[in-house]
Design a protein. Structure first.
Length: 125
């Protein structure tokens, strides 16, 4: 590489995978548990920094049902990359007034979220 700066090219983010993730974020923001869970596969897996935290739709539903019932939450997408079955978002999430940014890596297969990995959370102070 010669050290020349290359112009960055914006990749298309209006894919079926990106639309699914957007639908999931909309359901999260409206705290509509059924609509939120409709985006996830039966054996969906939630990871935190690569470590499995919740596996299976029933456990995922239980976790989010508790959050939605007790703490107002909102997510805003700050940036998005779509690469095949992966949708990678930088998100700002506010839960019960506490804000953080996080990278969310969604793996989409057969039209559903199979896995989401939340990495690099940075709490806003």
């Amino acid at each position: 590489m010669s050290g020349e700066m290359k112009e960055l090219v914006s990749l298309p983010v209006d894919t079926v995978e990106a639309q699914l993730v957007e639908r999931q974020i909309d359901a999260y923001n409206s705290q509509s548990l059924d609509d939120f869970m409709d985006c996830y596969a039966d054996q969906a897996e939630l990871l935190i920094d690569g470590v499995p935290a919740v596996t299976g739709q029933e456990a995922l539903r239980g976790m989010y049902a508790q959050q939605f019932a007790t703490k107002p939450a909102r997510a805003t997408v700050l940036g998005r990359i779509v690469q095949g079955e992966l949708v990678i978002d930088q998100e700002r999430v506010v839960v019960d007034g506490d804000a953080a940014t996080v990278v969310a890596i969604y793996r989409i297969r057969d039209g559903l979220i199979q896995q989401v990995n939340f990495v690099g959370q940075q709490v806003e102070r």
